[in-house]
Ligand binder design. Sequence first.
Ligand SMILES: *[C@@H]1O[C@H](CO)[C@@H](O)[C@H](O)[C@H]1NC(C)=O
Ligand SMILES: *[C@@H]1O[C@H](CO)[C@@H](O)[C@H](O)[C@H]1NC(C)=O
Ligand SMILES: *[C@@H]1O[C@H](CO)[C@@H](O)[C@H](O)[C@H]1NC(C)=O
Ligand SMILES: *[C@@H]1O[C@H](CO)[C@@H](O)[C@H](O)[C@H]1NC(C)=O
Ligand SMILES: *[C@@H]1O[C@H](CO)[C@@H](O)[C@H](O)[C@H]1NC(C)=O
Ligand SMILES: *[C@@H]1O[C@H](CO)[C@@H](O)[C@H](O)[C@H]1NC(C)=O
Ligand SMILES: *[C@@H]1O[C@H](CO)[C@@H](O)[C@H](O)[C@H]1NC(C)=O
Ligand SMILES: *[C@@H]1O[C@H](CO)[C@@H](O)[C@H](O)[C@H]1NC(C)=O
Length: 429
Amino acid sequence: MMAEHTHLIWTLVLLLLSDVISSDWDVHVEPVLCAVKGSSIDIPCSFTYPVGQTVKNVAWAHHEAAFVKGPFVFESTSEPTSTKFQYLGDKLHNCSLRIYKVENRDAGDYAFRFWTDRDRWTGYPGVNLNVSDLKIIQSNGNKVITEGDNVKLTCIIGCKDHSHFQWYKNGHPIIEGPSLYWNNISSNNSGNYSCSIKTHPQATPGVVSINVEYGPKNTSVSAEPGLEVYRGSKVTLTCSSDANPPVETFTWFKITSDHLVKVAGNKSELVFWECPQDAEGRYFCCATNKHGSKNSSVVELTVTGFLVRDIVIISAAVVVVTVLLIGIAALTFSRKLKTLSCAAENEQNSPKDAVYVNWHVSDIGQSQERDKREQPVKQIIYATIDFNNKTKTNMQQQQTGSGTSDESVTYSTVCRIKMLNPHELEIQS
Ligand SMILES: *[C@@H]1O[C@H](CO)[C@@H](O)[C@H](O)[C@H]1NC(C)=O
Ligand SMILES: *[C@@H]1O[C@H](CO)[C@@H](O)[C@H](O)[C@H]1NC(C)=O
Ligand SMILES: *[C@@H]1O[C@H](CO)[C@@H](O)[C@H](O)[C@H]1NC(C)=O
Ligand SMILES: *[C@@H]1O[C@H](CO)[C@@H](O)[C@H](O)[C@H]1NC(C)=O
Ligand SMILES: *[C@@H]1O[C@H](CO)[C@@H](O)[C@H](O)[C@H]1NC(C)=O
Ligand SMILES: *[C@@H]1O[C@H](CO)[C@@H](O)[C@H](O)[C@H]1NC(C)=O
Ligand SMILES: *[C@@H]1O[C@H](CO)[C@@H](O)[C@H](O)[C@H]1NC(C)=O
Ligand SMILES: *[C@@H]1O[C@H](CO)[C@@H](O)[C@H](O)[C@H]1NC(C)=O
């Protein structure tokens, strides 16, 4: 009995041993792996084969159809076809593979195949690679966010084993953790938010753009060229306001003594091309978008006296007067110039109708009473004197007047003479 039992046990042991021996051929991998898109992933792998054999070739295939015959994404006997796959293993028992920058098309089944000097083996069914995106879930869906809303952003990834998230606003790190939360969101929270996995910083981050909308704020009126303008000139009142989305409608109001008047037009600019006197007054504007309205403070437009037409006329008058004055001045000046150049001119002129006379110059200080003919001639000069009607009387005055006056000097240097009685003239040089 005992012997029989012992035999049975030994038989079982041998059977077990034979089973172990028959399963010498093996490839061990995780059946499912999750890769974060954009990052690299290692597929851990080990393999066994009957003792005494030598591994000659190792390869990895993507997609079941290629498991046996290839093409392979990696094969030790051929040149690598891409840098995307890197064999980390060896030709003993390690068959790990690294995939760089995982994309969606890298998802699917992978299998390891190897050849020994006697046989070959494929690690069927291999490993299923699941490629997962980092995604941000927005608590309010894709609805418009307005100031004051409660908003929660949650970062998710299909790969459960990655859960250490880092949040960024416009590329700058802000906080760590699976979610972001605002219980009264403000316009300054607008921006681009992204999350990434701390352990896989190179993974493609999840991104969401937060645009917090709000009604008009800080509505104000400005005036160009200013709030004090001349009647008839152009003035532009501009209403500006901060709003998201931008202001859709502008309404202009004028405050008159007893009531409020809505001014025509719905543009941001209120233009008076030729500002009339009655444009004067107090104005404000109201800016509106879909979230609300906001009134500006009141500005006061003052229109002062002159019409532009008046200014034009006055300016024209000033120009005319100036031109006249300049003309008169020029005329006077040219006359003076003419007088001065007269003598020179006369020298050049042909003294056709001039009469030349010999003239006795008496001694200075001698009285006219003295008989000139009796006096010895000291000097003879030639003079030409041009008399017009007016100067004739002057000449007569000169006969009796003092010979030292300026006028007599002038006469002595000037002129032609048509009619001459030399005895009646005293010419001094
Ligand atoms: C295989 O080799 C890689 C790289 O040398 C190593 O990181 C990995 O731990 C090894 N795997 C096994 C199962 O030995
Ligand atoms: C990949 O992971 C996602 C999320 O965990 C799952 O829904 C999907 O079925 C997986 N795909 C494969 C091929 O296993
Ligand atoms: C939200 O914030 C604004 C200012 O940012 C404040 O005026 C308002 O009272 C806040 N609302 C709540 C409900 O806290
Ligand atoms: C955003 O605005 C709120 C009030 O509206 C203020 O308390 C907060 O400091 C602002 N944040 C930034 C980053 O400016
Ligand atoms: C947010 O992203 C959009 C589109 O990618 C870009 O146009 C915008 O300038 C970004 N905003 C900021 C504040 O970086
Ligand atoms: C209002 O607008 C003016 C000019 O656009 C700006 O200087 C000022 O800082 C704004 N004030 C606020 C509270 O936004
Ligand atoms: C602004 O006024 C014009 C005509 O005056 C009108 O056609 C237009 O619809 C108005 N726009 C808005 C936003 O009210
Ligand atoms: C702006 O002023 C008008 C006229 O006084 C008024 O009817 C309106 O309610 C005001 N709007 C706001 C937002 O104060």
